[in-house]
Design a protein around this ligand. Structure first.
Ligand SMILES: *[C@@H]1O[C@H](CO)[C@@H](O)[C@H](O)[C@H]1NC(C)=O
Length: 259
């Protein structure tokens, strides 16, 4: 079983951008800082409101999209829709479980993924990484915003590693918008979002009222720690770098996740 606590420090109410899937209802930057995307922009979700018999049923899908495992890859991601709500389109077609006919009149929410850590980072400091770019190659990183003259210097990355705060801020925002009256609530996700739905299932359960029927679905969200086809340790190495970069030693520690 997994047990979670809230992110530790500085959990102020957070700005959330809220997009409707069908109609642009509101975009509201609520409060300052705390829960933000890699680039410091507010997190966001799309919401198609429930109605009729589905009005108190909630289906959440956590968006997937891999991870960024080091400063270079997080800097590249920062300038995409997977790292910044400034790069997100306001309307998207709902697909997968969100498009399943059984949930047609539920509240359907797609939480956008913009932290690069499956919603697990909880680092208060901005730009916590001083990085030696002496081995960094411009031609290998054409999408990056690090020009060659800065090679070898300490970088001002302006990166935020706050995925766990994004998770908590989104759930609290949804609770305030009616999810606290939920009769049914499902947390789902695919790939990096599927891993997030495993990691946050117990916190989801704990944040909802005792009477709510809660289920979690992880679609392709379990990444086996074994050798890859070429005999290497790709997964182990990659997740090791992910944990180091987003400082997950704190937010995934056994004190917080009873595993
Ligand atoms: C960062 O990780 C990517 C894989 O995501 C890898 O290709 C790249 O070489 C790494 N960069 C550094 C500086 O370690």
């Amino acid at each position: 079983m997994l047990q979670t606590q809230r992110p530790q420090s500085g959990s102020l109410p957070s700005p959330i951008l809220f997009f409707s899937s069908l109609i642009l209802l509101l975009v509201f930057p609520l409060f300052p800082l705390a829960a933000v995307c890699l680039d410091g922009s507010p997190p966001a979700y799309h919401w198609d409101k429930g109605y009729g018999t589905g009005i108190n049923s909630w289906l959440i899908q956590l968006e997937g999209g891999g991870w960024c495992n080091n400063v270079s890859s997080c800097l590249v991601r920062k300038n995409t829709h997977l790292g910044s709500s400034k790069r997100m389109v306001k309307q998207i077609p709902f697909s997968g479980i969100l498009n399943n006919k059984h949930f047609y009149n539920w509240n359907r929410i797609k939480v956008r993924y913009c932290d690069g850590s499956s919603f697990t980072g909880d680092v208060a400091a901005v730009n916590p990484v001083s990085y030696d770019f002496s081995s960094w190659q411009w031609q290998d990183n054409p999408g990056s915003d690090i020009p060659p003259p800065y090679r070898g210097l300490k970088m001002v990355t302006n990166l935020h590693f706050r995925g766990a705060r994004v998770w908590l801020a989104v759930v609290e925002d949804l609770l305030s918008k009616g999810m606290r009256n939920a009769e049914n609530a499902i947390l789902s996700g695919c790939s990096a979002g599927g891993l997030a739905s495993i990691l946050h299932c117990d916190s989801f359960r704990a944040l909802l009222p005792m009477g709510t029927k809660v289920k979690c679905i992880s679609d392709a969200g379990y990444f086996i720690n074994t050798r890859d086809v070429s005999g290497g340790h790709y997964i182990q190495t990659f997740f090791d770098q992910l944990v180091a970069t987003h400082v997950l030693i704190l937010s995934l520690s056994p004190h917080r996740y009873n595993i």
